[in-house]
Design a binder for this molecule. Sequence first.
Ligand code: 5GP
Ligand code: SF4
Ligand code: MG
Length: 465
Amino acid sequence: CGVFGIVGVADAANFVALGLHALQHRGQEAGGIVSHDADEGFNSVRRFGYVRDNFTSQSLMQTLPGPIAIGHVRYSTAGSKAAVIRDVQPFFGEFSMGGAAIAHNGNITNANALRRELIERGSIFQSSSDSECIIHLMARSLQRNIPERMEDALRRVEGAFSIVAMTRTKMIGVRDPLGVRPLVLGKVADGWVLSSETCALDIIGAEHVRDIEPGEMVVISEKDGVESTFPFRPRKSRFCIFEHVYFSRPDSVIGGRSVYETRRQIGVELAKEAPVEADLVCPVPDSGTPAAIGFSQESGIPYAMGIIRNQYMGRTFIEPTEQIRNMGVRLKLNVNRALIKGKRVILVDDSVVRGTTSRKIKDMILDAGAAEVHFRIASPPTRWPCFYGVDTPEREKLLAATMTEDEMCEHLGVDSLRFISLNGLYRAAGAPDGRDTDSPQYCDACFSGEYPVAPSDMIEKGFET
Ligand code: 5GP
Ligand code: SF4
Ligand code: MG
């Protein structure tokens, strides 16, 4: 998911709509905005579909007045897969000291246990979303102000959270102690901005002030500016390495590192680790593009657009059902036949999850007359599900959980298939000595199976790490 908020500008909701549009890649299922105005109080609009289709009409945006607003774009990981508007954020709660809205990116790993406990004690849940627990925990806190209630609530929450919240006058930003999901602070004119990624600061001309630190909470108001605290027990940070590989936009900067540069370096590393003679290096667009550029630069094999993407399709993986996902690949990508015919082609993609995409692409490329097809993948084999906010299928459906690399190569029917090593990925992501095995610098659980936060709800259901 993507979260964005701004305080201290006229018509704050318009900025939020722009910010969410720049974060659309983080969630395309639905979006919502909450604003507050001194005369009109809180207002909210939550809709299915793209930001550009919902939050561009003037008449609608006029229903979201005020100098403070937050928003969310949704990508369903927890909660029901069937689209229900009740699950669309931001969520809102009315407390004795006033209302608060929250937008959450990440996944709470003890949400089932918390929900059970809260329901037993009388909470009435409105949605199936894990994030709603935070509102109910806040309602039960005895603290006298909303930021302190939020601290109380979040101390009981396990897992990944980057949160943007608001009261009538204050915007609150928090990152979990491991800092699994990103969150950055920006400034535009007299306004302060919180955003999942810097690309959404660029769209409104805001300056990137700094990243919110893992375990940090900031409370921001027009009057007092930014107040920072660290309410949780400090831990070594474990940012999601897959944000660098796939999830974030390449024009974002995370932890001082350009996402594009990391992806290009992955390509460089791949070309060193798994060279192969060929005529062309082609990305599987768009997610494989920077790595393909790096692979071409390092290997000297020309870069070419062998696969063309229809710009008007969404991200296939995010469509909820497998059937639609299967259709999606055909609708979205097509082979550049004239270029491919008779060529030995290296295809670079970011990841192999179920293997559906790779298989379809291989079929299309061979059908177009390619002489050889070599897959190079910009992440290690995805062997484990993510429980921290990226939607991966259960283990049995992960190709790499059931097959060796050779078996996958055969299954996909390609001439060769190679994945970047975990160490190569770490080097590309700015760790020159690779992965620190005693204390890894990133979360890489979907590749290594080492979960930095025990997924307790899943373990309860019988999941074994
Ligand atoms: P597959 O077809 O192997 O199941 O999925 C791999 C493809 O899905 C890649 O091309 C990748 O770009 C795309 N993808 C989209 N969303 C995600 C996601 O959340 N996780 C992963 N691993 N891949 C995703
Ligand atoms: Fe990111 Fe993978 Fe960790 Fe999930 S399991 S947070 S996708 S690195
Ligand atoms: Mg892709």
